[in-house]
Write a protein that binds this ligand. Structure first.
Ligand code: NDP
Length: 240
């Protein structure tokens, strides 16, 4: 039977691209989402990929959610921690709620989710965990102290868990995308979009499918020697 992959935040944007890529590659795939029921229903109908609703920032919800997935589909063998959120503000105006929400959804969620699937991966002596970081977590970004701190923390989490997981056949890696052509970017003012694209020698945004392709590489049986790594994908922006 094909391995089971779970993509958090997989009903739209980059997560949906990853889920589709994994399905195309022959994996069994399920996705999680948080609030947009209609988007989730449309995604499930169009893709045939089952959706599960819970908040990755809540440890108990992750526990119950994974138990539900396990009951219906079996143990999760591949976990893609993709769900994320932003709440931008100048540092002097950023309040505690903005700080904690972004840290909980983007970083605490890794602990919440990995804790649920790691025991099964250890028992099976095989597992793949891929965390979706961000170019901004590598380079820093104005008005995003919370988001950048969370995504930078993800790199430490990846490397530390990679060290522990190695003897159990579990790899842990990060993909750090630059700006990807999701619906958010489609609403961005032309002037700002042109500035972002101008920073890439390839002169375009990334695609959801390109991120999915990188994730598919990392979870492959033959990628067992790649762990604790970050794949940086930003159209070459990082070279400037
Ligand atoms: P979107 O905002 O398009 O989608 C986010 C997904 O995550 C949705 O399915 C959403 O569900 C889900 N989600 C959000 N909060 C939670 C939560 N608390 N619990 C469970 N699910 C949740 O995101 P993107 O596709 O733009 O981004 C995906 C990842 O890629 C994020 O980690 C982001 O930081 C990262 N990234 C994105 C870039 C970009 O250019 N878009 C660039 C670099 C990194 P629902 O809609 O139901 O709330």
């Amino acid at each position: 039977m094909p391995r089971l992959a779970l993509v958090t935040g997989g009903t739209r944007g980059i997560g949906a691209g990853i889920a589709r890529a994994l399905k195309e590659a022959g994996y069994r795939v399920v996705v999680n989402y948080f609030s947009a029921d209609a988007v989730a229903r449309d995604f499930e109908a169009a893709s045939g990929i089952p959706v599960f609703k819970w908040d990755v920032s809540d440890f108990d919800a992750c526990k119950a959610g994974i138990e539900d997935v396990r009951r219906q589909h079996g143990a999760v063998e591949i976990l893609i921690n993709n769900a994320g959120t932003v709440s931008d503000n100048k540092f002097e105006n950023m309040d505690e709620a903005q700080w904690h929400r972004v840290l909980r959804v983007n970083l605490d969620s890794l602990f919440h989710m990995c804790q649920q699937v790691y025991p099964d991966m250890m028992a099976n002596k095989w597992g793949r965990i891929v965390n979706i970081g961000s170019m901004n977590g590598q380079a820093g970004q104005l008005n995003q102290v919370n988001y950048v701190a969370a995504k930078s923390g993800m790199h430490g989490f990846t490397k530390a868990l990679a060290l522990e997981g190695a003897k159990h056949g579990i790899t842990v890696n990060t993909v750090a995308p630059g700006y990807v052509d999701t619906y958010l970017m489609r609403n961005m003012p032309e002037r700002i979009l042109a500035k972002i694209i101008g920073k890439s020698p390839i002169h375009r945004l990334g695609t959801e499918a390109e991120i999915g392709h990188a994730v598919t590489f990392l979870v492959d049986e033959k990628s067992a020697w790649t762990t604790g790594s970050t794949i940086t994908m930003n159209g070459g922006t990082h070279m400037y």
